[in-house]
Design a protein around this ligand. Sequence first.
Ligand code: XMP
Ligand code: MG
Length: 182
Amino acid sequence: MNQATINNKIFEIFIRDKEISDIVNQISSQINKSDIKDPLFISILNGSFLFTADIFRKITIPNSEITFVKLSSYNGTETTGKVNTIIGLEHDLSNRNVIILEDIIDTGITLEKVIQILKEKNVAEIKIATLLFKPEAYQKSIPIDFIGKEIPNDFVIGYGLDYNEYGRNLPHIYKLKNKEKC
Ligand code: XMP
Ligand code: MG
């Protein structure tokens, strides 16, 4: 299928499953060759679930562990601003070496929040792996250790990524046709 239609928006094929699997092989081999010891992988749901499954089965580092978290925003009772918090993080993270697994890094706002929360939990080392990265949209200076593919500032779906929760099951990655806004 070269096109996918979701909620009347047309998406065109962008990264085929074969290329995705080459990217996954490349990232997992870079992680395996890195010097990180006893890593705890932290997968940011929902978008990263397929990427995580494909990466993690290729990891050969001894004592690798994995956990899954979600970011949630809630309105604090004492402040009017929105606060992002991580749900599902039950591990004792003190002195752990963690590898964040993200599907896509866009502005970097999510990544910065996750790192801030992890640092408060006294982790030892943080590495970041992302399948996709949008350099034109990135607003932060946090270095990203493992990048699968840099992409233009287009909205993408498939292989875990969604448009209004649809499209996560598509085996390829598609981008919005005609640069409409989602
Ligand atoms: P930021 O801007 O915080 O964004 O780096 C990261 C989160 O935003 C979502 N996101 C996308 N989701 N297609 C998607 O399906 C996209 O093109 C896209 N860009 C950003 C995603 O949840 C990511 O974790
Ligand atoms: Mg995500």
